[in-house]
Design a protein around this ligand. Structure first.
Ligand SMILES: [Zn+2]
Ligand SMILES: [Zn+2]
Length: 128
């Protein structure tokens, strides 16, 4: 699907590419509302959805409490701190064998997989 290119969308993408914090839509909104006074949170969500359809970003779905977006497109895993909610990239080798191994079980075609590690981040550990 083709979309008219939008300056807002371009800035949202730049912002997501420039951070590894996997921000929420409201964080993005807060960063850009000074620059685009007419911007609304709804517009941010709509543009995020378009960027996702275009394959420019990924949506990280951690259930209802998390709604985060990732501008890093090479395959990678994530670590989620269960104390502060921080989401970090885990740049370990992607285990593409797992997809091959799972095929006989699925009896269909496995296209991708996700792995999330959960625990307590370094910063939170220091506070103990
Ligand atoms: Zn933490
Ligand atoms: Zn990531």
């Amino acid at each position: 699907m083709q979309y008219r290119s939008s300056k807002q969308r371009k800035r949202i993408l730049e912002l997501l590419r420039s951070t590894d914090t996997h921000p929420t839509a409201s964080w993005i909104y807060d960063q850009l509302k000074g620059e685009f006074p007419a911007l609304s949170l709804g517009t941010v969500y709509r543009n995020l959805r378009i960027l996702q359809e275009q394959g420019e970003i990924t949506h990280l779905d951690f259930g209802s409490t998390f709604d985060r977006f990732d501008g890093r497109m090479e395959p990678h895993y994530h670590f989620v701190c269960e104390r502060c909610g921080k989401v970090m990239d885990v740049m370990m080798p992607v285990l593409s064998d797992m997809e091959t191994f799972s095929c006989p079980q699925v009896k269909g075609k496995v296209l991708r997989h996700r792995i999330e590690f959960f625990g307590i981040c370094q910063d939170c550990l220091k506070q103990d």
